[in-house]
Design a protein around this ligand. Sequence first.
Ligand code: GUN
Length: 289
Amino acid sequence: MSVKILDGKAVAAAMRAEFAATVATQGVVPKLVAVLVGDNDASHTYVRAKRKACAESGFASDLIQLPDKIGTQDLLAVVARLNADPATHGILVQLPLPKQVDESAIINTVTPLKDVDCFHPENIGLVAAGHPRYYPCTPRGVVELVRRHDLSWAGANVVVVGRSNIVGKPLALMLMQKPTPANPAGCDATVTVAHTKTRDLAGVCRGAEILIAAAGQPHCITADMVKPGAIVVDVGTTVVNGKLTGDVHPDVRNVAAWISPVPGGVGPMTIAMLLANTLTAAISLRSDR
Ligand code: GUN
């Protein structure tokens, strides 16, 4: 049987159309401001894609480009200005930042109300407690990508490979939680988190009915690590010889039932969730005034 594709490109396009309809009916124009420091090619590409998605959903967006040599204090001042700007609903500081900048100080200074990446400790704390203000974009994108192909997380044995603050850790929290009206991304899954120190990584992965590859190591998940018929979600986005490369080896297509491609899988879903958060921010900031 040939592998089926978790088509993030198509699902994200449908979601952008839903956001555009909400913008039209709610009479609010959400505005995302991206802050881009230096000239990292990948960061420029990601920010361009995020702004294009904004335009497709009728959102406003702005780009603040800053020099590679900027210091923490100057960047903090830019963030403080955006925090105070009533026309800005979502603030996105593209990571990674240059090494002289204190990344945690920047993340901790974005007001949690406009933290549409959901990186602020207050917002991650709310996710952990099961009553989120926002969801982190890539984890929510993974949850929705699977659901929108009529596949269920409930009760599934899920292995998450990777424990980053942006993907693995918050995704594991969301997957294990009970879904409630306040926490719709809860999944009722049975979750194992694997990482570089996991003994018998291949054996642990082979126990997964749903395997999430979020290690950031190109092609580290090989066919022998995958249970036949498993659902495999590839979160990897490493540029190798100029080509975006996932964490999942191409041979896994011969074993899995479902797989998300790179590009065209989780990436577009991450951006769709960023828009979802920006829309939520615009609606809640409007009603706060
Ligand atoms: N760098 C890589 N992924 C992300 C992301 O989701 N948000 C931001 N701000 N920077 C990133």
